[in-house]
Ligand binder design. Sequence first.
Ligand code: NAG
Ligand code: NAG
Ligand code: NAG
Length: 388
Amino acid sequence: MNHLNEAVILLLGLYLILLCRRVSGDQISGKGVVNLAHRQSKWTPLMQTSANLSDITSIRSSFEFRTFDPEGAIFYGDTKEGQDWFVLSLRDGIPEMQIGKADILVSVKGGHKLNDGAWHLLELRSEGKFVVLEVNNKEELVVGLHSKLTEEELTGKIRLAVGGMLVDKQKLFHPFQPEMDACIRGGHWLNLSTPWDTDSTWEPRPCFSEIKRGSYFPGTGVAVFNTSDLPGLKTEEAGITVEIFGSWTGTALSLQSTGFQYILEELDGHKDVKEVQLGLKEGSESVDLPREPATLTFTILKHSLVVNSKSELETESLDFFTMWKKGMLLTFGGMPGDSEATKSTHHLRGCLEKILVQGQVIDLDRALYKHAAVSSHSCPTEAMNELT
Ligand SMILES: *[C@@H]1O[C@H](CO)[C@@H](O)[C@H](O)[C@H]1NC(C)=O
Ligand SMILES: *[C@@H]1O[C@H](CO)[C@@H](O)[C@H](O)[C@H]1NC(C)=O
Ligand SMILES: *[C@@H]1O[C@H](CO)[C@@H](O)[C@H](O)[C@H]1NC(C)=O
């Protein structure tokens, strides 16, 4: 069996372990501080609840919301088992509402960018045939819709969900990436006080009291990309560059394919100089990195790999350009399939403020696999200082 297959099987195994760890979800209150990240599910809501429409006394929901994530699902509601539905999401940081009712599909986007890392008070309410979104007590979006096919009856159930949807994504008018690295607090949901059911893959984690932009690796997991999904080669001379900015310790990245594995690993070295080793099975090269803020430039040439234009590793037998296009595994934070039990490298711990591939910002929400512990879009400002 070749190494790529092994890597894929390891990934699948890891995923299954994560899935099985919590067989059924727990229940939580809708009022507390909730971190919407740290799950394996994409579309499954982090939390959901339902109520009888006849019991609803208020048609408004409000909550505080904080994120640096430009795209993802925030709040969902439906009636008639999903025949009529509504979803609030972010796209480019701007609120977007999509509504499906009878034969109508609506998508409306507008208002200010919300992904600035500050808390914003969001309120959603229904006013007759209109749905209104208020942000910080100002109306930002108003959507009106009417269909002759709908008969207004206030019976049956209403379902609510946060961080995902309960209808198939195929129903969306304007598809989006659902993963949301965000926190909510102080929720009032249609004045319901019933507890919410949570996603079974969710690993409850605190929200940091203060956050900054970046991807946070707490030292337990990796993010794996298929290089064929990443920006490609422009010129052979320049090669392909991967740049990492931030402050961290441990393995920054690894590159894998059939028959080889390269690891950029930090050596236990001096205090002020960070030494990085580019290693493969036999032989390795090392290079010094400035301590803070650290920048790592990894350049892939046709037959060699270069770290910070200093350390170089040549392999005439491999054509990296062809392999990049066909698909190697580029892993940030360690090696793929490196579970806690079989751990052979030091998983990255710290904040990667920016990852660029060929000059383009890489969004970890688009990874082939990302460990639930990794935050795609937020780092604590005081690293390792977790607060509830
Ligand atoms: C909704 O109403 C049905 C029947 O009237 C009842 O059995 C059910 O418990 C109610 N559900 C809630 C969440 O109140
Ligand atoms: C919300 O519920 C509380 C108690 O359940 C009730 O006293 C209050 O009037 C309700 N508010 C609205 C707007 O329905
Ligand atoms: C990477 O992408 C290529 C091209 O889409 C595909 O053939 C290959 O199977 C993918 N590899 C993995 C590990 O998903």
